[in-house]
Design a protein around this ligand. Structure first.
Ligand code: KG4
Ligand code: ZN
Length: 337
């Protein structure tokens, strides 16, 4: 029923989403089940690692079953099992890695350990759009802000990274300061729509000619502003602050991405990671770069296993696979070549 060389099962458990997907040929999603634990963690205002691991244990097998059923596939149809082995929470990663090993061992299938950050880029391969190298990718998530040049599949050149907080982390921290809950990105974006542009202007860390990012100074500036707000004679709303903050983040991300795209003469610019769900960022990067900016649909920007299976397929094609003693790597970074 299926082309046997193409079906990869993907498993993702790096944070608070238990996700399993079946992807054909690295580009076609047959199923992508995301079991979110977000409501449990929202009670604590952030992800509690121990709770996350145990929820993954509960959700793992039912999620695998559902992903296979949704795809109309059985384990015997698979040509490989891809799993996130880092970065992420150690205990959470272990659940997915062990489930993947069990399937790979039982079915005698190749196991493909996948770097979660690199996989975010591959969400762009799942949209049916043509991908052309060389390309520049901005990966902005809860734990990373990386500017990456790709000249071919599965090879990454890291041009810039955050020196302190990740972009998504900054959104989450500002949301907490403004009592908006977790995760911060979507709520800040929504509130910012009611903000008045220019009411509050926060500093941008340009870091000279470097493609690195820094958001901790901005975070401190917002904190100071909130603390001193009572002394302000002119009325400034939380929406104005949310917009001022978002504009500062988007300005730096878009300006550096556009500059790098020009310097390296790329064919396309790709956005990836949870913060790529932000419409203001998408619009600004598109405006600055001018053309050929791709981004995944919202559900593929945030954590999901389809991107793991998709990237896993391309790794498998290049003969990249892992042994059954694969360990988790909580602090894994982009494999910079
Ligand atoms: O990629 P992701 O789902 O998980 C990680 O690998 O970290 O990214 C989650 C991050 C969170 O920090 C969240 O606040 C942020 O992405 N995020 C957003 C938006 N949606 C999610 N940030 C800005 N605007 C959004 N619409
Ligand atoms: Zn992620």
């Amino acid at each position: 029923m299926f082309d046997n060389d193409s079906l990869v099962l993907g498993i993702e458990t790096s944070c608070d989403e238990t996700s399993v997907a079946v992807v054909a040929g690295g580009r076609q999603i047959l199923s992508n089940v995301v079991a979110s634990q977000i409501e449990i963690h929202q009670r604590f205002g952030g992800v509690v690692p121990e709770v996350a691991s145990r929820q993954h244990i509960l959700a793992m097998t039912p999620t695998i079953r559902r992903a296979l059923a949704d795809a109309g596939a059985g384990l015997e149809d698979l040509s490989g099992v891809a799993v996130t082995y880092g970065p992420g929470l150690a205990g959470a990663l272990l659940v997915g890695v062990n489930a993947a090993k069990a399937i790979a061992f039982g079915q005698d299938l190749p196991l493909i350990g996948v770097n979660h950050i690199e996989a975010h880029i591959y969400a762009n391969w799942l949209t049916g759009q043509e991908i052309r190298f060389p390309l520049m990718c901005l990966i902005v998530s809860g734990s990373h802000s990386d500017l990456v040049l790709m000249e071919e599949n599965c090879r990454f050149r890291l041009l810039g990274k955050t020196r302190d907080d990740a972009a998504g982390e900054a959104f989450d921290k500002i949301a907490r300061m403004l009592d908006l809950g977790y995760p911060g990105g979507p709520v800040i974006e929504k509130l910012a729509r009611q903000g008045r542009s220019g009411k509050v202007v926060f500093p941008r860390a340009w870091m000279g000619k470097s493609y690195d990012f820094s958001f901790s100074g901005l975070k401190t500036a917002v904190l100071r502003f909130i603390e001193q707000m009572n002394d302000q004679s002119e009325e400034v709303t939380r929406a104005d602050i949310a917009l001022g903050f978002q504009e500062a983040v988007v300005d730096v991300l878009a300006t550096k991405t556009a500059r790098a795209a020009k310097e390296y003469g790329v064919e396309q610019v790709l956005l990836a990671g949870g913060v790529a769900a932000n419409l203001a960022l998408r619009e600004r990067v598109s405006a600055d770069v001018g053309k050929n900016v791709l981004y995944p649909p919202l559900r593929l920007c945030t954590d999901n296993a389809a991107m793991i299976a998709g990237f896993g397929f391309f790794q498998l094609q290049r003969g990249l696979r892992s042994n059954l003693d694969l360990d988790v790597a909580p602090g894994l970074r982009i494999n910079d070549e």
